[in-house]
Design a protein around this ligand. Sequence first.
Ligand code: TXA
Ligand code: MG
Length: 317
Amino acid sequence: MTALLDDPLDAAALLRAGALVAFATETVYGLGADARNGKAVAAIFEAKGRPHFNPLICHFPDAESAWAEVRADARARALAAAFWPGPLTLVLPRRADCRIDLLAGAGLDTLAVRVPAHEGALALLRAAATPIAAPSANRSGRVSPTSAAHVMQELSGRIAAILEGGECAVGVESTVLDLARGGAALLRPGGVPVEAIEAVIGPVGRPLPLHAGAAPTLRSPGMMLSHYAPSLPLRLEAQSVAPDEALLAFGAPLPGAALSYQLSEGRDLREAASRLFAGLRALDQPGLAGIAAMPVPGDGLGPAIRDRLARAAEPRK
Ligand code: TXA
Ligand code: MG
């Protein structure tokens, strides 16, 4: 049985005891474990069916507690001052005395850290008084959850509890930025647009565009091509829609779909990001031939939305 909790103190007590607790952040729901407890961290991989080479993000209540585990240079500190709490994850070198379980970082000498902008998450982090390792609270390869009900659909019976935290305001995962190897490299577009990061630290290296046959690298182990996948095939950049297709609309909807979900009537990318994963879930209905997604522009949160759609469109292996 998976309990639905309202009180961060109850959730913190479970985490301290080594249990898995899902909780809301401003981006998506995370599946949390005490990041210093190796058994609890291992249980995350098991509950999600996640490959062990894919490292987890560690969450902290404030930047100072993150800097106790990783080495922050001036750029990391400037970015934390600008965007934390918020949807930015920094990959930094582990300190020699880092107390985070090695499995959480998949054995790498770097660690991904962030401070989420969500009152419930921050209350949980403060009450637990330990860093919380948390990937998105979905089964590996599936659409990320943006409500407690989504988490129940994904993980009911596999985890101890869910801390109710409402619907996630941002709706796509954090931007992941690698600062551990000299330069600055974007590993995953997300809730903080890369232009906003460049305004603080200067040029950031962009990932190569998605291409078939791309393999996850050690630098960016989680960027597997097929990810965030609904059961139905997804067709990108749709200019028309068939009567047996569902439509993921952005702006004035294409006519004739069997079922449709509006990301943002007024073509607002923030609104579209916040509704993206709920939309993919709502359209993933039996009896349909597929989902047709209308084009989304490439500015602001557009790259994060397009990245998730491109991965969702990849056939599952
Ligand atoms: O918004 C988010 O980031 C959410 C919430 C719960 O915080 N979390 C999330 O976690 O999306 P997850 O596990 O689904 O994605 C983490 C990404 C993966 O692509 C992983 O490979 C990458 O971060 N990552 C984690 N640690 C890393 C490291 N040391 N080096 C390179 N990439 C890393
Ligand atoms: Mg994920």
